[in-house]
Design a binder for this molecule. Structure first.
Ligand SMILES: [Zn+2]
Length: 115
C-alpha cells in the first residue's frame, strides 16, 4: 500500500475537520445542565400521595446546573421539555466536536514539515 504523502494527509484532515464543524449544533441552542425527571408529593392535605409513595405526582422535569460551586435546580414546564433536552444534548455534542477538532489539530501540528 502506498503511504499517503504529508500534503494528502493534511487535505484529508482539513476535510474531516470541516465536516465536523459543519455539523456542530447551533451555539444559541445549548444548555450546560443535567435533565431530571422526578415525582413528588403535593401540598394538598389528605392527598394519598402523602400516605402511599406509589401515588406520587408527576412526572415533573427539572434541570440541575452548577455555577461557582453552587448547584441550582430549575423547574422545566412540560411544554419545554423536549426543547430543553435538545439544548443539553447539543451542549454535549459541541464538546464532542471540540474534542474531535482538537485531535485533528494535533495531527495537523505533527504532520507536514518538521522544522
Ligand atoms: Zn398529592
Amino acid at each position: 500500500m502506498k503511504k499517503a504523502s504529508g500534503s494528502q494527509e493534511k487535505v484529508k484532515l482539513l476535510k474531516c475537520r470541516e465536516k465536523i464543524v459543519k455539523h456542530l449544533p447551533d451555539l444559541g441552542k445549548v444548555l450546560r445542565a443535567t435533565f431530571m425527571k422526578w415525582y413528588g408529593e403535593c401540598g394538598t392535605k389528605g392527598c394519598r400521595c402523602h400516605k402511599e409513595p406509589r401515588y406520587q405526582h408527576g412526572p415533573y422535569y427539572k434541570v440541575s446546573y452548577s455555577k461557582k460551586g453552587k448547584v441550582y435546580n430549575i423547574y422545566v414546564p412540560h411544554s419545554k421539555k423536549n426543547e430543553v433536552k435538545e439544548w443539553i444534548n447539543n451542549y454535549n455534542r459541541v464538546w464532542d466536536g471540540i474534542e474531535d477538532v482538537s485531535e485533528i489539530n494535533i495531527k495537523l501540528i505533527r504532520s507536514g514539515d518538521k522544522r
